[in-house]
Design a protein around this ligand. Structure first.
Ligand code: CO
Length: 298
């Protein structure tokens, strides 16, 4: 990685960190999810950056991949556990960071367990450490609080313009032999739950990305693809963003359906904890350095 690229990653991290802090004041009972998501996305645009992916606002037993529909009227309720996951793109460099707010005030331990797991993972990361060992540290920390890590969600390597670049950092101990190398960039994201420790896909999908370009039949599909390529490239996008541009609900959903069917795009279904446990999440983007790591989103 050259110095310009490194500076872009640092900038993407610093800006995401700033918006993470500023956005916390939006997470209040009675606030609309749509307003929160759009306000955060506007904060990102105001910094001259783009969202690395649609802002995720996942509540209670939903672990990830929910972003509000364009006509959502859902507001935050008392007693809800809210996870906000956001990232930015600066000249191809990406950041990814998340926090949890417990509006009930009754589950601070659950929130703390994922935060502490992230902190312990960060303190473990250095060249030569295997990703499966980092998973072990996350698992041990969360179990120490009496909760379970979500075993089928993991952190991910990040490269320029590539949010999920292959190698994963699991949230449980595994035999994965990949050893961390200086210069590797990862999003580390422990998820902790009062449930059984697994998530499953729901039918609802609000977030997509381009997957395998192929021929499309419908004119509307071609128009949408042109728009996506121009504005988001290969980064994830929200149906909400498409609906803002192409007004018709019917035409947009028919086009997305065609694009999904021929694998032009892939969907990221909403992920729910299988036993409907509460879920907390903490996440930072970092780079492995000579003797540890540099956290870009601190
Ligand atoms: Co994230």
């Amino acid at each position: 990685m050259d110095n310009d690229e490194l500076q872009n990653f640092r900038e993407a991290g610093k800006l995401a960190s700033k918006i993470r802090q500023e956005s916390k004041s939006l997470i209040m009972v009675g606030e609309s999810l749509l307003d929160i998501a759009e306000t955060i996305e506007k904060m990102i645009a105001d910094e001259g950056a783009r969202p690395a992916f649609p802002v995720n606002i996942s509540i209670n037993d939903i672990a990830a991949h929910y972003t509000p529909e364009i006509d959502s009227t859902r507001v935050l309720k008392e007693d809800e556990m809210v996870k906000v996951d956001l990232g930015m793109e600066v000249n191809g460099a990406l950041s990814d960071t998340a926090y949890t707010i417990d509006l009930s005030g009754k589950h601070e331990n659950l929130v703390e367990s994922s935060e502490k797991a992230l902190e312990n993972a960060i303190n473990t990361i250095k060249p030569g450490v295997r990703v499966g060992e980092v998973g072990g540290v996350i698992e041990e920390t969360i179990k120490g609080y009496g909760f379970k890590p979500i075993a089928n969600l993991s952190g991910h390597m990040i490269k320029s313009n590539q949010l999920h670049a292959g190698v994963e950092i699991p949230n449980v101990k595994t035999d994965d032999p990949y050893a961390l190398q200086e210069g590797d960039i990862f999003a580390v994201e422990p998820f902790s739950t009062t449930g059984s420790g697994y998530v499953e896909d729901l039918e609802q999908v609000e977030i997509f990305s381009i997957y395998m370009p192929s021929k499309v039949r419908m004119r509307q599909s071609r128009k949408i693809i042109d728009f996506v390529v121009k504005n988001y490239g290969t980064l994830p996008f929200a149906e909400r963003w498409i609906r803002k541009e192409f007004k018709s609900k019917l035409l947009v959903s028919a086009a997305l359906k065609e694009l999904l069917q021929n694998h032009f795009i892939k969907g990221y279904p909403i992920l729910r904890e299988v036993s409907r446990g509460l879920v907390s999440q903490a996440e930072h983007t970092l780079m492995v350095t000579k003797d540890g790591c540099e956290v870009f989103t601190r």
